[in-house]
Design a protein around this ligand. Structure first.
Ligand code: URA
Length: 232
């Protein structure tokens, strides 16, 4: 038997939103454990209990799948969107059911992992693992030396200083930024803080994983070597 976990934590991990959002889902009576409406504070045994949201089972199939998607702009990084906008989950096979690992803003493009492997997702999103994510940010204007230094050293944001980042400007107004934190809208907020709002943002690398051959909206399965490289 696995260690019982708080329901909102499990829901958050499989992509239903922040823990707060997941608590609201539970409080609204939209989550069931073994067919009965779940109470806030419930714990589940991931291996034994069947959890459903709006009647749809979130349990993982025994076969683990890992996809990398080139997310187009205009698609939301959730399993289901109450406003009915297109979702990243809608771009990959419906079965087995997968969920996005971390999130990209609706306007952000580029590489996104989707999997039914809760353990891997947990490891990749846990701040202590600090997996590198590399972005190309097309910004307004050309960033001068002082701006680049600030982005590298750390930017004061409303939720605190950012950790040191790798930042270069391969051409005027295009920044290559590598961060290992996963704060909300972090790259956009960093660039805005130095006076260069982002016009277009593309994630080009997650850990060791790159793929310049996928067109927007295309996905492929990761090889087991790629999955291992991500974890390492
Ligand atoms: N930083 C952002 O600002 N947006 C993203 O989607 C990812 C990183």
């Amino acid at each position: 038997m696995s260690e019982p976990e708080r329901l909102q934590k499990v829901l958050a991990r499989v992509g239903f939103g922040s823990r707060r959002v997941c608590e609201d889902l539970i409080a609204d009576g939209r989550v069931q454990i073994n067919g009965a409406v779940a109470e806030l504070g419930a714990r589940i045994d991931w291996e034994r209990d069947r959890v459903a949201v709006d009647g749809v089972d979130i349990g993982v199939a025994p076969d683990l799948v890992h996809y990398v998607l080139n997310k187009p702009a205009g698609v939301v990084t959730t399993a289901s969107d109450p406003e009915g906008r297109p979702t990243v989950v809608g771009l990959v096979p419906a079965e087995p059911r997968v969920f996005p690992v971390g999130r990209l803003d609706i306007a952000t493009e580029g590489l996104l992992l989707l999997t039914n492997d809760g353990e891997l997702a947990n490891r990749l999103t846990h701040p202590s693992h600090g997996v590198e994510k590399e972005y190309l940010a097309h910004v307004e204007g050309t960033v001068d030396g002082g701006g680049l230094r600030t982005l590298r050293d750390g930017v004061e944001l409303e939720d605190g200083m950012t950790a040191p980042a790798k930042v270069s400007q391969p051409e005027p107004g295009v920044l290559r930024i590598t961060i290992h934190e996963g704060r909300n809208r972090q790259v956009r907020r960093m660039c805005e803080a130095v006076g260069h709002p982002v016009r277009r943002l593309v994630r080009v690398r997650i850990g060791a994983l790159r793929d310049a051959s996928l067109r927007p909206g295309e996905w492929r399965e990761l090889s087991s070597a790629e999955v291992r490289a991500l974890v390492e």
